[in-house]
Write a protein that binds this ligand. Structure first.
Ligand code: BJW
Ligand code: ZN
Length: 318
């Protein structure tokens, strides 16, 4: 049967669901000005073969080139602002809104493939619910960044992991970025000047978290196992309503394991609601399909515009 785009039927199904999950991809952040990976004029990987670039082998072969690429994206994402689609999804982590929309489900976990931290930043900005229940975990626990996060680094020697929104991880990379206007006059960066454990001022210690080792961005490259994969698979097997937002494939022929989740939910008798700018691969399997920019469709279909305005009164984008 063809997917339905009837908003009322979708809301009825959501209101009956007992276990709701969200799976998002790059389309969620498109309205924040962040390029998607594939198939748009400005896509990140139009000029690259991702299976060559986004691998641990590429980092080993060319750490300077890789850090230049990630440093630029990090600087750009730092300036990006969450858009109404992020806020609409985050209202589902707000107990009173969730109780109205889907009273029988526990707080939906948002599994995002995005590495831009925007969904996390919005959940962290959600005002605390005044329900006096100290047992309720903080909203940010309702997010799993399954392909990592560009603001997190891991030391390749001592494995120390750190989150930092500092604009500069290593002075040499910032100098490179500033010199970018004249490609012929690029300062040369040496391995020693790349982001290192303990920072630019590292002075020879070998302690954990200050060992001088080369840092890498804590993103998930091809061939690496996404963190919390087991936990995600378990959650999917108990899910009866999966919202799939802005990802290019919902059947297992693009980026796995994310592209397997929708089929898994369907196999277990759960429902699938897809929010995408256009038709995406496998969306004929969906029960509900809302074609259009998710920054418009999500607030409207979930009917959370008012909740967004009340929860984030100072955000202009809402
Ligand atoms: C809008 C919109 C708007 C736009 N509103 N919508 C066969 C051979 C060899 C390997 C494999 C194989 N089969 C499977 C594999 C494994 C491999 C894989 O999938 N390879 C395939 C390429 C073949 N996968 C892996 O290696 C993964 N690990 C793994 O499998 O481990 C084994 C294991 C797993 C689990 C349990 C046990 C073992 C790791 C995959 C890592 C992917 N990493 C990347 C890069 C992150 C770092 C970085 O950013 O630099 O993650 S790849 C890239 O693709 C990124 C994304 O998260 C991911 C998905 O892309 P996404 O989000 O779908 O973006 P787009 O651009 O493709 O689509 C955007 C969509 O939005 C479009 O549909 C638009 O229409 C829409 N849109 N504007 C609504 N306003
Ligand atoms: Zn270290």
């Amino acid at each position: 049967m063809a997917p339905s785009s009837d908003q009322g039927s979708f809301r009825t199904a959501l209101a009956q669901a007992k276990s709701v999950l969200i799976l998002s991809g790059a389309g969620l952040s498109a309205a924040s000005g962040i390029a998607t990976y594939r198939n748009a004029d400005n896509s990140l990987w139009n000029n690259f073969d991702p299976q060559k670039l986004a691998t641990p082998e590429a980092f080993k072969e060319n750490p300077i080139g890789m850090w230049t690429f990630y440093h630029r994206r990090r600087a750009e994402y730092l300036l990006a602002k969450p858009n109404p689609a992020h806020y609409a999804l985050a209202t589902l982590a707000h107990a009173p809104t969730l109780t109205r929309i889907a009273p029988f489900t526990t707080r939906p976990v948002h599994i995002t493939q995005n590495v831009d931290a925007l969904a996390l930043r919005v959940l962290e900005s959600l005002p605390a619910t005044q329900d006096g229940d100290s047992e309720v975990p903080p909203p940010a626990e309702a997010i799993i960044e399954m392909h990592g996060d560009i603001f997190v680094t891991r030391c390749t020697s001592c494995q120390h992991v750190q989150r930092s929104y500092a604009p500069e991880l290593a002075a040499a990379l910032t100098a490179l970025e500033k010199a970018n206007s004249d490609e012929n006059d690029l300062p040369s960066v040496t391995l020693d000047q790349l982001p290192k454990c303990g920072g630019d001022a590292w002075a020879g210690s070998n302690r954990y978290g200050r060992c001088g080792g080369l840092l890498r961005p804590e993103v998930v490259w091809f061939g690496e196992v996404p963190p919390r994969s087991g936990e995600i698979a378990r959650k999917m097997s108990g899910c009866d309503m999966l919202l799939v937002v802005g990802t290019s494939s919902i059947v297992g022929d693009l980026v796995r394991p994310a592209a397997d989740y929708a089929a898994q939910v369907k196999k277990n008798g759960g429902s699938l609601a897809v929010f995408n700018l256009g038709r995406s691969n496998g969306d004929e399997e969906a029960d509900f399909l809302f074609v259009g920019p998710c920054e418009e469709t999500l607030p409207e279909v979930l009917q959370v515009q008012e909740d967004m305005a009340i929860l984030w009164p100072k955000v202009e984008a809402i």
